[in-house]
Ligand binder design. Structure first.
Ligand code: EPZ
Length: 417
């Protein structure tokens, strides 16, 4: 179990370059499985989730190597159709390989995904959609067996919920299906737009990414491309929360402002001055944050569920009461119990968390239980007076590249043990 020792209560200062987006790099690595020749993915973050995806590609027979900030993938020698449980368990996002493997081989076998426990992580929407594209699916003893011996055929698919993963799996499977697929109520996250840009460069014909309706004209084959992953908007929200929680002025570089509108407006309404230009964001929080407006997590472009935990940490020090409603996942308040140990005043009732801001938080020993909860504990510990010990840092390292180095470069007193 790796830990952080955080000596908090100090201001941060300086500027930080945003890493590439984890939730864009993962589906793009899966998409490279469908491309002939070599794909070069630039700005690919060094994360354990990315290593897990690389291990899956290698197991399937691909060559994967890193050169600086780029990952080079060649999947010409794919020789397997299954992903073993040990590899599936390393990362929740591994279900994203289902659509790519099925369209590449006409068959895919994998176990139900593991990963962060944010509540039951069903994949019913994925499977229902793949069936409408012509896949036969057998599920037994936790193993999913998909086959499409005659290939996949385009279909009209309406998602009952704009699931990010299901949208990605449908786009991957439909890209080389016969005929046209029309997907309505598609997820609109920027990471989906990035995936579609990669696929269209590879020869796919995908229209409307980022809108609610996506049309995919199936093509025969895709070829490897060079692509630069978009910046990670959730890491940006995390650093903004650290700035607000510690009353520090920070500059973030490599920001795409339009990806952060919902987050920016919350911080502005809580008294922060935020200026974005030429890919740089200046955030200047007030001496003490005001209470945040009600935060309801919603599919993009609504407030992102992945930013709920880190903003809650900032709200713990605000003036007044902030209310959070977690609409996306059933069990995404596991950080609350640990924030209470740092002196926060939070009450949770089902989907609603009520945060009464306090003047100060105080160091404690806390334990992370999921990726964004871990980030929230780091943000809170940076503001808490004294030395906090945060265990479960392996969760953090799934999504944050060299985070203790990045925070130290901003003047934080963080040690990884
Ligand atoms: C993606 O997860 C992200 N992961 C998550 O980020 C993110 O929180 C989530 O989208 C929402 O934005 C990756 O991109 C690798 P969903 P995903 O399918 O695809 C239910 C992080 O912290 N659902 O949009 O799993 C599901 O249970 C991670 O970086 C079904 O019921 O999210 C959840 O309640 C955490 N049936 C809701 O929909 C399905 O078939 C949203 O899930 C699929 C999903």
């Amino acid at each position: 179990m790796s830990k952080y020792l955080v000596n908090g209560g100090f201001r941060l200062c300086g500027s930080a370059e945003l890493q590439g987006a984890k939730n864009s790099a993962l589906p793009i690595l899966a998409a490279s499985l469908m491309c002939g020749g070599e794909s070069v993915i630039f700005n690919c973050p060094r994360l354990s989730d990315v290593s897990a995806a690389a291990n899956i590609l290698r197991y399937l027979g691909c060559s994967v190597r890193r050169e600086g900030d780029a990952v080079l993938v060649n999947c010409d020698a794919v020789c397997r159709e299954d992903i073993p449980d040990s590899l599936m368990r390393e990362m929740r996002g591994s279900v994203i390989f289902l659509g790519a493997l099925l369209s590449r081989n006409g068959r895919a076998v994998m176990t139900f995904p593991g990963g962060c426990d944010l509540g039951p992580r069903p994949i019913d929407l994925h499977l229902k959609a793949l069936k409408s594209l012509g896949a036969q699916i057998k599920e037994r003893y936790g193993v999913i067996e998909c086959s499409a011996p005659n290939g996949l055929s385009g279909a009209k698919i309406a998602l009952s919920f704009p699931s990010v993963g299901a949208t990605e799996n449908i786009i991957l499977a439909a890209s080389t299906a016969k005929g046209t697929t029309t997907l309505t109520n598609a997820a609109r996250e920027p990471e989906i737009v990035d995936l579609c840009e990669f696929l269209n460069k590879a020869g796919a014909k995908i229209y409307g990414a980022g809108e609610g309706v996506i049309v995919i004209d199936g093509v025969k084959s895709l070829s490897g491309v060079n692509h630069t992953v978009i910046p990670d908007r959730i890491v940006a929200a995390t650093l903004m929360s650290a700035a607000a929680a510690t009353g520090s002025q920070l500059v973030l570089e490599g920001v795409i402002q339009s990806h952060l509108n919902a987050v920016i407006s919350v911080f502005e309404e809580s008294g922060c001055y935020i200026k974005c230009e030429m890919g740089k964001m200046l955030i200047k929080p007030p001496e003490r944050l005001s209470a945040m407006p009600m935060i309801r997590t919603m599919p993009y472009p609504g407030f992102p569920t992945d930013a709920q935990a880190v903003l809650m940490s900032a709200a713990c020090l605000g003036k007044g009461t902030s209310v959070f409603v977690e609409n996306i996942f059933e069990n995404r308040y596991k950080h609350v119990g640990e924030l209470l140990r740092l002196g926060a005043d939070i009450r949770v009732e089902n989907k609603v968390a009520v945060v009464n801001g306090r003047e100060k938080l105080y160091a404690a020993e806390v334990e992370a239980r999921d990726l964004r909860g871990a980030a929230a504990l780091v943000v809170a510990a940076l503001a808490a007076e004294g030395e906090s010990e945060i265990s479960g840092i392996e969760y953090l390292e799934r999504g944050y590249e060299d985070f203790e180095l990045l925070l130290s470069s901003l003047g934080a007193k963080v040690k990884r043990i």
